[in-house]
Design a protein around this ligand. Structure first.
Ligand code: SF4
Length: 440
């Protein structure tokens, strides 16, 4: 069903987990703007929290996350002291306003903290914010998952979990610096189910060094056999100039663009055949899962965590490098852990860069999100109605997208081109190509 048009995918494009993207943030937006946005939260405003834990017990070579080795207890404790200080400052600023409907723990690997520190962090959040029966989710590393963690998850009534798997193949695991025996993954899945996790996601990858389509097919078969509620299938983005740890990966073994496209196609077909509903361009969910339900009902959203059923317009990011999103502002905390800690020790928020979203930005953000989440967008809000539709001619000529009465629609075979099509509505598109990843 999908046809490869290399010329349409050769230009690297953002993943659009926000618009404008993090690559467009400026240093002139920081604490003052962040504080003003917090002051503007209304008493009943729904909010989500994202808490970033930038530590892992072992660092995988392919990883592009802001994370470091959790090998010193003092390092974890000093980070948590800073995080508690930030929670306190944000809560004071809110003065009881806002209602927290979701709390997501990501990283890094939140389980690098250990169950006791995590429980204290949870207590701090519960004491500081007005929670309204929130949904808790957590990213976990199966390599450091323990029975104690299962008890904490059950006790805290965490319902959503995401496991980094990437591949079950031992040789590929060696090639990407993430060795985790299949039996450990299965044991973690079983423990999470027993602990009450009702929505379990497995992260899988294609485009790995030395990976073949047969191997990808086998890995997806093994993933499907575990019956996760969701599977996210990402293409590995090799950008060693930006992510030095990726230099450990043998780039001579990486599949080329044609093979990556074939792998993305195989993954899509394999998962859909197995009963998973495609959500956006890289998520798949079983029909009972809320992510599939919101995708079907047209209310799927996209935020810094990817495709989501979260409907809140305000996302408060807590922790080093965490990003907060308000309708007219995006602001990011200091990325460097030491810098983050020092700013909080000095008594202020660490917000160090961001962007004010103009009305035009907000309109374009809605169009880009609609293309990626729903495969269609009403362009009538753009000043010239069609926006940059002239640039879409190569996509239209090949039947990947149609445009009629101001409405742009992706054809089913246009899905792998969704990001490239969305990028036509990005007015910040003079970004240096090297900061972005492959469009497939
Ligand atoms: S466990 Fe996850 S966050 Fe940590 S280094 Fe590996 S991929 Fe990155």
């Amino acid at each position: 069903m999908w046809t490869y048009h290399p010329d349409l995918l050769e230009r690297p494009v953002p993943r659009y987990t926000s618009y404008p993207t993090a690559a467009d943030f400026v240093d002139s937006v920081g604490v003052a703007e962040h504080e003003a946005a917090l002051d503007g939260i209304a008493p009943g405003q729904c909010m989500s929290l994202y808490v970033h834990i930038p530590f892992c017990e072992q660092i995988c070579w392919y990883c592009g996350c802001n994370t470091a080795k959790s090998n010193h207890v003092a390092r974890l404790d000093s980070y948590l002291n800073a995080l508690n200080a930030e929670i306190d400052l944000v809560a004071q600023r809110l003065s009881g306003n806002g209602r927290v409907k979701r709390i997501a723990f990501g990283g890094g690997s939140p389980n690098a903290l250990g169950p006791l520190r995590f429980t204290r962090l949870l207590d701090m959040l519960m004491l500081s914010f007005r929670l309204e029966n929130p949904l808790f989710s957590i990213e976990l590393d199966p390599r450091s998952f323990t029975d104690d963690w299962a008890r904490v998850i059950q006790g805290a009534q965490i319902s959503h979990a995401s496991l980094g798997v990437q591949t079950f193949d031992p040789e590929l695991q060696q090639a990407i610096g993430r060795v985790q025996p299949k039996k450990d993954i299965i044991a973690t899945v079983d423990a999470l189910r027993r602990a009450g996790i009702s929505s379990l996601n497995l992260d899988m990858m294609y485009g790995l060094p030395g990976q073949s389509r047969a191997e990808l097919d086998s890995c997806l078969t093994q993933a499907i056999a575990l019956q996760p509620d969701r599977i996210a299938l990402f293409g590995y983005a090799h950008v060693p100039t930006l992510i030095p740890r990726q230099r450990q990966i043998d780039d001579s073994e990486l599949p080329g663009a044609t093979e990556r496209f074939a792998m993305a196609k195989l993954g899509y077909e394999r998962l859909v055949d197995a009963g998973y509903y495609p959500v956006g361009f890289d998520h798949f969910a079983l029909p009972h899962d809320r992510l599939a339900k919101v995708a079907k009902s047209g209310i799927l959203r996209r935020n810094f965590q990817g495709f989501t059923d979260d409907q809140s317009d305000v996302l408060l990011g807590l922790g080093a490098s965490a990003i907060s999103e308000f309708p007219d502002l995006i602001v990011q905390n200091a990325k460097n852990i030491g810098d983050y800690r020092r700013r909080l020790e000095a008594g202020g928020l660490s917000s160090s860069r961001g962007i004010r979203r103009t009305l035009d930005d907000q309109r374009r953000a809605a169009i880009i999100a609609d293309i990626l989440c729903h495969g269609s967008a009403d362009l009538s809000a753009l000043h010239d109605g069609g926006g940059n539709c002239g640039q879409l001619a190569p996509f239209m000529e090949r039947g990947l997208v149609t445009y009629h009465d101001y409405v742009l629609r992706l054809a089913p075979e246009g899905l792998p081109y969704a990001r490239a099509i969305a990028a036509q509505f990005d007015s910040y598109r003079n970004l240096a190509p090297k900061v972005l990843s492959s469009a497939i």
